[in-house]
Design a protein around this ligand. Structure first.
Ligand code: TRP
Length: 338
């Protein structure tokens, strides 16, 4: 059976946290180990530079952090190709060709880009590279002829944009040069984890994340300070589990379903204190993160190995992308010196 091709990636703007882990990393390892796919995992440093051009060292430093996070959660370089976006020049040429198939108005309609522009207060100073990054993302995906792209919900507009470019390209130049990808979303309930403060998004800038590399005492402090039900004041009071961060995390991490169900009922009835629930959650998160953190420390001692993995992954990735670029140039009719 021909394997499907899977591609996904992350911008290296910070270390990865348990939101990334629950929403995608864990699933990438499962998909990788199913051996049903050729998996490509990309560190999107160039995309990260579209709004960090004046701060390249931030991206350079976080690139290695993200690579360490990948390896320590179990992304295995002998099963998945891990590579660096900026090391694949073919992606840039593909982007240029695709830009001719996309209108400025279409770029301006992308809801994810729109909200990112707001968050960043660009006002009238949107970097052009930032505005077009969905097209560069289409190049990332199509360069590998990926048909499966596991991503969070916020990335659906990028996949839609990619599909439009593929249809348009195949329609204008030649059927079947490019492959239309489809997104796969996290399972119900395993989407975006809220921050420990209960805010919808876990992020570095909101200072509400638990990182994969956090030490045990840091994790414990974060869990013990988590947002719960603000009306659950005395232990005897009935509590709510909806929008209660501690229970949302328990749903994501706890494998003892019966015990969790019982706790939820007890909490809702009254008589179960927040501290007890938090202690239980702390135990579970500690158990899950300990082996990851330990592996990370081993890789940290051997950064030469990590860079070697990235280099080899990037070299292997280029073999694929240069074939696609040749097909694309042929289809457009600009391979003049064959
Ligand atoms: N935009 C993605 C993010 O912000 C990163 C990314 C870049 C990506 N290229 C990709 C994801 C290709 C999937 C496929 O997380």
């Amino acid at each position: 059976m021909k394997k499907e091709t899977l591609l996904t990636g992350d911008r290296p703007t910070g270390k990865l946290h348990i939101g990334h882990y629950i929403g995608s990393l864990k699933n990438r390892v499962t998909l990788q180990n199913s051996e049903l796919y050729n998996s490509y995992i990309m560190i999107a440093d160039q995309q990260a530079l579209t709004d960090n051009a004046r701060n390249p060292e931030k991206i350079r430093n976080n690139l290695i952090e993200v690579a360490l996070d990948y390896l320590s959660v179990g992304i295995n370089p002998s099963k998945s190709t891990i590579f660096i976006q900026s090391q694949i020049p073919e992606l840039n040429e593909l982007t240029m060709h695709y830009l001719n198939l996309v209108t400025v108005a279409r770029l301006e309609r992308n809801p994810t880009v729109k909200s990112e522009i707001k968050e960043r207060n660009f006002n009238m100073s949107i970097p052009a590279g930032f505005m077009i990054y969905p097209v560069s993302q289409a190049a990332d995906i199509t360069a590998f002829k990926a048909n499966i792209v596991p991503v969070g919900e916020d990335q659906l507009p990028m996949i839609e944009q990619t599909r439009e470019i593929v249809r348009s390209f195949n329609n204008i130049y030649k059927e079947d040069v490019l492959v239309e990808p489809r997104a796969i979303l996290p399972k119900e309930g395993l989407g975006r984890l809220p921050g420990i403060d209960g805010k919808a998004k876990m992020s570095k800038s909101l200072n509400n994340a638990i990182y994969l590399s956090d030490e045990p005492d840091v994790i414990k402090n974060k869990v013990m300070s988590m947002y719960t039900d603000p009306n659950h004041i005395r232990v005897e009071d009935p509590g709510t589990i909806e929008n209660n961060t501690v229970f949302i995390y328990l749903d994501a991490f706890c494998n003892e379903i019966d015990k969790l169900q019982e706790m939820k009922m007890h909490y809702q009835r009254g008589g179960l204190g927040d501290v007890k629930v938090k202690k239980y959650l702390n135990e579970i998160i500690q158990a899950e993160l300990e082996p990851i953190r330990n592996r990370r420390k081993e890789y940290e001692k051997n950064l030469d190995y990590v860079y070697e993995v990235l280099k080899e992954g990037s070299n292997n990735a280029r073999k694929i992308t240069s074939n696609t670029l040749r097909d694309v140039r042929n289809a457009i009719g600009i391979e003049y010196f064959k």
